[in-house]
Design a binder for this molecule. Structure first.
Ligand code: TYD
Ligand code: MG
Length: 453
């Protein structure tokens, strides 16, 4: 084997070093120097040279002449996954799936691999073939297309790929892979970069889609260099609260589709179930209306989602009142409380306020504000809201009810689920006709107080 040449580069300013050191002397950044391959041996290609295709020279083409028909996507048989990808897997694309440990990344991809009608190779560096088989038995025991390989060395993986010629490759996880050409251990910046480069080359040359699982760090970023996210075509994030059954799949980056789409799954004993109508599950069943509950018509990506907000307002036992929010921004809660205090005359300063979004999901949509305010008012008065009311508006600092985007879609979802009244901002332009649901337009927080207290 020809000699491999590596050297060390600062990932920030690009200064070259002959050996590793903790701090870059040029830009003073710490822990930024990583080993990189500068000259690969001839065999570093993912294929052995005799089998490697002769390089095609690429020529400039008029944009009108570029044929997109060949971009036919592979249907993964999983509607939620397809939707998030923008319609299926694009041949030759690299998809990175990130998420917290134990959230269900391996389960999701194994489940998809088992369902696929194509020849699939599931490479695992994390679990043994037996372990994977045991998991597969829980999910879908009859699959005739899925091959399992437990291997971490990329050169060996490519050897098996050449033999098997799979249509789709899944790698669990990129952090366990290592390439012979780099000295450093698996999971280091330079290993991740090199292995990903080799996989990209393989994917592009053979038009095989590759899906990688990526670990995330404490602060929620994908472990390894940021450049990893630039290298791949699609970055998916699998998230949820491990103690709840719902899992949300979203695209953080997608070269072949929008990043607005969202996939929702429910973790069951037999794998992940696609949730096609999430609103029905997120709203808890109850016989009588309880105080402190309000329903928000939110949008997650492009999908309307009815979410239940629960608030508990009680007299503060200690000097400083407690404020706690699960699934909702605590700063925003404090802001809404201040608005309520000022505009609606509620003396919340002496009260503890707890807020919870049911289902263990986190909501960013500002349209949930009005439901939060309604839930707090309802708990404060110990007066239940009518259970067929729902809310969709943002609340401003001066207590004004502000319009939200795509309000009509929210109204239609609320109507579909049988709500009688939806509270929205007066400033929203609504051109819906013949709706059964009553659209209650309000402009100030005081208007809401009149309605519900
Ligand atoms: P896993 O896919 O191993 O997570 P990751 O690869 O993201 O680390 O998922 C692990 C969790 O999922 C585990 O705690 C058990 C649970 N699980 C189920 O509830 N039902 C199932 O059918 C399977 C396979 C796993
Ligand atoms: Mg795993």
């Amino acid at each position: 084997m020809a000699k491999v040449k590596t050297t060390f580069f600062c990932q920030n300013c690009g200064t070259q070093y002959s050996k590793w050191q903790g701090q870059c002397t040029a830009c003073k950044e710490w822990n930024i120097i990583a080993e990189e391959l500068i000259q690969k041996p001839e065999k570093s290609d993912w294929k052995t040279p005799e089998k490697a295709s002769t390089k095609r020279l690429s020529k400039p083409l008029l944009i009108n002449e570029i044929d997109t028909a060949q971009e036919a996507r592979l249907n993964t048989q999983d509607h939620e996954f397809n939707r998030v990808l923008g319609g299926g897997l694009v041949p030759g694309s690299l998809t990175l799936l990130g998420g917290e440990p134990g959230i269900g990344k391996s389960t999701l991809l194994l489940q998809i691999a088992l369902k696929l009608p194509y020849k699939t190779l599931y490479v695992s560096g994390e679990e043994s073939q037996k372990q994977i088989k045991m998991r597969a038995e829980r999910i879908n025991p009859n699959s005739s297309n899925c091959y399992i390989l437990t291997e971490t060395k990329t050169q060996n993986i490519f050897r098996q790929i050449e033999e098997l010629e799979p249509d789709i490759v899944v790698v669990d996880s990129i952090q366990t892979l290592h390439s012979d050409y780099i000295e450093s251990s698996s999971g280091s910046i330079s290993q991740i970069k090199e292995c990903t480069t080799e996989l990209i080359k393989f994917a592009k040359e053979t038009a095989t889609p590759v899906i990688l699982i990526g670990h995330i760090t404490k602060d929620g970023n994908i472990a390894g260099p940021k450049i990893l996210e630039h290298m791949v075509d699609t970055v998916l994030q699998f998230e949820g609260d491990r103690n709840h059954v719902f899992r949300i799949l979203r695209a953080n980056k997608n070269r072949f589709g929008s990043t607005n789409e969202l996939g929702i799954y429910e973790m069951q004993g037999s794998g992940l179930r696609e949730v096609t109508n999430p609103s029905e599950i997120l709203i808890s069943e109850k016989d009588e209306a309880l105080s402190g509950n309000a329903i928000a018509a939110t949008l997650e990506g492009m999908r309307p989602l009815m979410i239940e907000v629960q608030a508990l307002v009680s007299t503060a036992v200690y000097g400083t009142p407690q404020r706690s929010a699960t699934g909702f921004n605590a700063k925003r809660l404090n802001m809404l409380l201040a608005v309520l205090e000022k505009r609606a005359g509620f003396r919340l300063g002496a009260k503890d306020v707890f807020l919870n979004i049911t289902g263990g999901i986190t909501v960013d949509d500002p349209a949930i504000d009005l439901a939060v305010v309604a839930a707090i008012l309802s708990s404060n008065e110990d007066e239940a809201l009518q259970s067929d009311f729902c809310f969709a508006a943002e609340v401003g600092l001066s207590g004004e009810i502000r319009p939200v985007q795509r309000v009509e879609q929210r109204i239609l979802e609320a109507e579909k689920l049988g709500f009688s009244t939806i509270f929205v901002s007066k400033y929203n332009k609504i051109s819906l006709k013949n709706t059964v649901i009553k659209i209650q337009l309000i402009s100030k927080i005081e208007d809401l107080v009149d309605f519900i207290v």
